[in-house]
Ligand binder design. Structure first.
Ligand SMILES: NC(=O)c1ccc[n+]([C@@H]2O[C@H](COP(=O)([O-])OP(=O)(O)OC[C@H]3O[C@@H](n4cnc5c(N)ncnc54)[C@H](OP(=O)(O)O)[C@@H]3O)[C@@H](O)[C@H]2O)c1
Length: 413
């Protein structure tokens, strides 16, 4: 069997999605030419899943890389699984397809494999990514997300995307889509921040029975040079527990962090991981996660690292303040952050919170056993604060804009 297919999962609409994706979002100061080179390297190494978005302003370069690798015979464009995302300025239903058409034009493709609602916050339709009023305040828009979802469904019907999903949605927001009258397609995935410090146990528990894949971004702890990344977040890849497990398996902390995601699903399609690197050696290294297995005990230990810490900041108010037909709240509301749950994915009792005590123990070992079986069967062994970010505290105009956007963001819980 084609090894890429063997390391793919079946989405709830029947399409296959490679479990390891190549992330392409880089800090603003990184030259766009680096994206093109990195994507070419990634394709040469074997990645077939590429994640981008209108917001990243790199789809021209990614398109060039894909077509160059097509021209040199490395890959057929139809063998690439490409994800794009509709940005908030295109959330009005009549604009959704315009956003996708723009991405497709840049890419030189006739369809994407997956189109996601990027972020549950609608912005005033403008040229700028972050439309602002004369006082520098972000201008949000009032859009019924149900109508946005219907427009996304139409993009699937017209063949402009094979699959559709969401990103940064909470359980409640997912539920709103799932319960929408006349729902035609449910989301195939929810792409959210997820790593050993933020195990997303509650969201996983919600998504699994509904056959919605959780796609983990910032699986390596992201890049602290990014404007939006919380500078106070401890560096995941320097975590001593992660490092010790890596040493034991003679692999890198990054490989362990990725395996933590990929092994969790037991090969049956729960977690897909994204990894961004523009460094040739690390691009290769991150792809070498399909030939070793982290033990069930290590998986439990990694799960125990959960602290509900986000690289991409914390919510200033709960997602419940966002409704499908309600205008996005305008910042400065008194924060009402939900207390962190500190739950383990496995449901195992956890040191940090009493609320988890007595919860049923989860099936990490069973998952691993099944995954091992699946890996050999398919001829492939799949591997094995709550304060605003410091970058927002400085009062520059950019910081203010970012703060407003983050304030409006409704976080997955
Ligand atoms: N939907 C959303 O809202 C959303 C939000 C954020 C991200 N994403 C997507 O998810 C992707 C991944 O997230 P991310 O880019 O934030 O962060 P990430 O993949 O967790 O981490 C990237 C950082 O890790 C470094 N790195 C990569 N491999 C490494 C290794 N083997 N050893 C040590 N360091 C390593 C990279 O540096 P080098 O490049 O120098 O190797 C970079 O600084 C993004 O690129 C984007 O496609 C989506």
């Amino acid at each position: 069997m084609d090894p890429v297919k063997a390391c793919s999962i079946k989405l709830n609409d029947g399409h296959l999605m490679p479990m390891l994706g190549f992330g392409t979002s880089a800090p603003g100061e990184v030259a766009k030419s680096n994206v093109e080179e990195a994507v070419k390297t990634a394709i040469s190494v074997g990645y077939r899943h590429i994640d981008s978005a209108y917001l990243y302003l790199n789809e021209d370069e990614i398109g060039r890389a894909i077509w160059k690798k097509n021209a040199d015979g490395t890959v057929k464009t139809e063998d690439i699984f490409y994800t794009s995302k509709v940005w908030g300025t295109f959330f009005r239903p009549e604009l959704v397809q315009t956003g996708l058409d723009t991405s497709l034009r840049k890419l030189g493709l006739s369809y994407v494999n997956l189109y996601l609602i990027h972020f549950p916050a609608a912005l005033k339709p403008r040229e700028e990514l972050f439309p602002k009023d004369k006082d520098g305040e972000i201008i949000f828009d009032t859009v019924d997300f149900g109508a946005t979802w219907e427009a996304v469904e139409k993009c699937k019907d017209s063949g402009l995307t094979k699959s559709i999903g969401v990103s940064n949605f909470s359980c409640r927001q997912l539920e709103m889509i799932l319960n929408k009258p006349g729902l035609k397609y449910k989301p195939v995935c929810n792409q959210v921040e997820c790593h050993p410090y933020l195990n997303q146990s509650k969201l996983l528990e919600f998504c699994k029975p509904k056959d919605i894949v959780l796609t983990a971004y910032a699986a390596l702890g992201s890049d602290s040079r990014k404007e939006w990344v919380n500078k106070n977040t401890p560096a995941l890849l320097k975590d001593p527990v992660l490092k010790a497990i890596a040493e034991k398996h003679r692999c890198s902390p990054a490989q362990v962090a990725l395996s933590f995601q990929l092994q969790w699903g037991g090969g049956v399609g729960v977690v897909v991981a994204l990894a961004k690197s523009f460094n040739e050696k690390r691009i290769q290294e991150n792809f070498q996660v399909f030939d070793f297995l982290v033990t069930p005990e290590d998986m439990e230990t990694l799960d125990g690292l959960n602290k509900n810490i986000r690289c991409f900041a914390d919510p200033p108010f709960p997602s419940s303040s966002l409704d499908f037909t309600t205008p996005i709240p305008r910042t400065t509301t008194t924060p009402q952050v939900e207390p962190p749950t500190h739950r383990r994915r496995s449901g195992a009792p956890c040191r940090q919170s009493r609320e988890c005590a007595g919860a049923p123990r989860g099936p990490a070992s069973e998952i691993l056993r099944r995954r091992r079986g699946l890996g050999s069967q398919l001829g492939c062994l799949p591997a094995h604060r709550q304060s605003a970010p410091s970058c927002f505290a400085e009062g520059s105009q950019t910081c203010t804009v970012r703060r407003q956007l983050w304030a409006a963001r409704a976080w997955p819980s």
